[in-house]
Ligand binder design. Structure first.
Ligand code: 3PY
Ligand code: MG
Length: 257
């Protein structure tokens, strides 16, 4: 069997922190640039980013051509997006707002080939991106593509042990903004407040108990540092627009005028 281009699962199994950039701007050119930054992968945010599927196709190709894995955060937990993202060559699908075991099961059904799920065959671009024959891709796809359930509501937290035990699920991914909004009943966003960190400790434990990867949206060093202490290893580390603003602010400051 040919060696697949990316083996995200084996990389994550090392337990070493995995830091990826997060794209909101729909541009293949920018995707190619972000893929060459010193991060481990590039995630396209199709929920809050301005990225539609026809944008994502070229962006995923550009990321893969630069030798980095492409990840996708879906618009919603719909049955079509996981297969579509994987068919286009992404190797990780992060689905927002998974609140129950039934929703987690639906996500796995959409993302995995039988017998684990019901993904439909037709990954022509994925075949090229993986470098595998159709037979090898069918045999390996459930291992080479990973699916993460976002835990980002009080309801999801209440159900997190049941969600984490869903057969075929590969990881939990915390959205700390939505999680803190729902835990505070809309009072505010507090990614590293005590209630959020308590919840995240429970989420990390549920992931660990089921052999899942524990991930979270980080965005800066303080947040990622706090989450790493709780056992999280898989992080959205830098948002495209933040990188622009940070780079511009640092350069402007360095000019001294
Ligand atoms: C959250 O923090 O709620 C997210 O979904 C990150 O984008
Ligand atoms: Mg969210």
């Amino acid at each position: 069997m040919a060696t697949p281009q990316f083996d995200l699962r084996s990389r994550l199994a090392t337990g070493e922190p995995y830091l990826f950039t997060w794209m909101t701007i729909p541009s293949s050119g920018l995707a190619a640039q972000l893929a060459r930054l010193p991060f481990d992968g590039v995630c396209l945010d199709m929920q809050h980013g301005m990225i539609g599927f026809s944008d994502a196709v070229g962006m995923i190709a550009a990321i893969n051509a630069a030798g980095r894995p492409a990840l996708v955060r879906a618009l919603w937990n719909d049955p079509a997006t996981p297969g579509q993202a994987f068919d286009a060559g992404a190797v990780c699908l992060i689905s927002p707002m998974i609140n129950s075991r039934a929703e987690a099961e639906a996500l796995v059904r959409a993302a995995k080939y039988p017998p684990m799920g019901a993904r439909s065959w037709g990954g022509y671009t994925a075949l090229q991106a993986s470098g595998l024959s159709p037979a090898d891709y069918l045999r390996e796809a459930n291992r080479l593509t990973m699916v993460f359930a976002m835990i980002e509501t009080a309801e999801a937290l209440a159900n997190v042990e049941a969600i984490a035990a869903t057969p075929g699920l590969d990881g939990l991914f915390v959205g700390p903004s939505d999680l803190s909004i729902t835990l505070s009943r809309g009072a505010g966003i507090d990614k590293t407040g005590p209630a959020t960190l308590d919840a995240m400790a429970r989420i990390s434990a549920a992931a660990k108990a089921n052999g899942l990867v524990a991930g979270a949206f980080g965005g800066n060093a303080e947040v990622i540092g706090a989450f790493r202490k709780l056992g999280f290893t898989f992080f959205a580390a830098a948002v495209d627009v933040d990188l622009l603003h940070m780079g511009a602010a640092a350069l402007r400051k360095s000019l001294g005028v």
